[in-house]
Design a protein around this ligand. Sequence first.
Ligand code: GLV
Ligand code: MG
Length: 371
Amino acid sequence: MPAASQSAKDFFRPLAVGAPTPLTEIPFRPSRAIHFFDPSNAKMAAKVPAMVGTVDVLLGNLEDAVKADNKEAAREGLVEIASSTDGLGAGGPTQLWTRVNSLDSPWALDDLTRLVPAIGDRLDVIMVPKVQGAEDIHYVDRLLAQLEAKAGLTRPILIHAILETARGVANIEEICGASPRMQGLSLGPADLAADRRMKTTRVGGGHPGYLVRQDPIKDSSGAIDAGAERTTYQQDLWHYTIARMVDACAMHGIYPYYGPFGDIADTVACEDQFRNAFLLGCVGTWSLHPQQIAIANKVFSPSVEDITHARRVVAAMGDGTGAVMLDGKMEDDASLKQCLVMVELAEQLAAIDPELKKQYDAIESSETEES
Ligand code: GLV
Ligand code: MG
């Protein structure tokens, strides 16, 4: 929300003379996988051009996981890749994002002042780590406006905040509403766990110790059988935070994302964690290894079964009011709205993913054959 001392109208005026006009809405762009690469790593950087068109977002990472000695090489590597790779950013098939260093680091200012003039016309989104409150977004917002004006950019660069401090979580609504540039939020489970003093040592995902257990088994006299096996159910450590993110983002018309899943070899648990986030309302996730791109694309695209059902509900509900029975289940205005969320997402994804389009189109032809 705009501060009380600010008119709502001011919110949509550029923060520097000559800067692009802020957007009143953040358009949805498919971003199922945000694939991280280290631009200072020549081997990784060489793979980037061939990945354009195969992943929704490529993100040049300048922050954690890049060694202090390589920070400048990463920044310059990103400038080189962005300038020389066709189709990357600037409306191309793959968006270009970067994660800059945290605002209290020795590198953040140079990251922004170097990248915006050099490749600002290509950069879609800047991910800001360790955001604590609206003041961090206000700082980046004004600086970006000044740099955009100086560089003569015509399109505002958007801001994405990583939620990875306890204070950031406590201030989540004000962060989402701090600027019209806010594009979304990602969960940063590793830093967040450390900041909260959680007792985990992993990068995202679950923990076998975080569980609930079946009630005690009792014998015929009502005494507890202490030796009896009792089923346990592992719980999702990130449920609370992701649910808060989803509400804050939906309230402000921006997009929530899961973050990193560090156990690259455990593709099954990775898929489960991604799916939990998708079901709760997230639109995408990070990918730290090429094999996580395929997992993310699968999980964050509605299944053919869901779309088949959703389209049946839409067709059966006619003008969208009242109630109908389908396969013994009641459908009404509210279930129709859920189905429309899925159908709309499927259409947006099909527009950029020919393979998915084929699968969704096949539903249409099989439905026509049936009727
Ligand atoms: C990501 O940056 C994290 O800290 O999990
Ligand atoms: Mg982090």
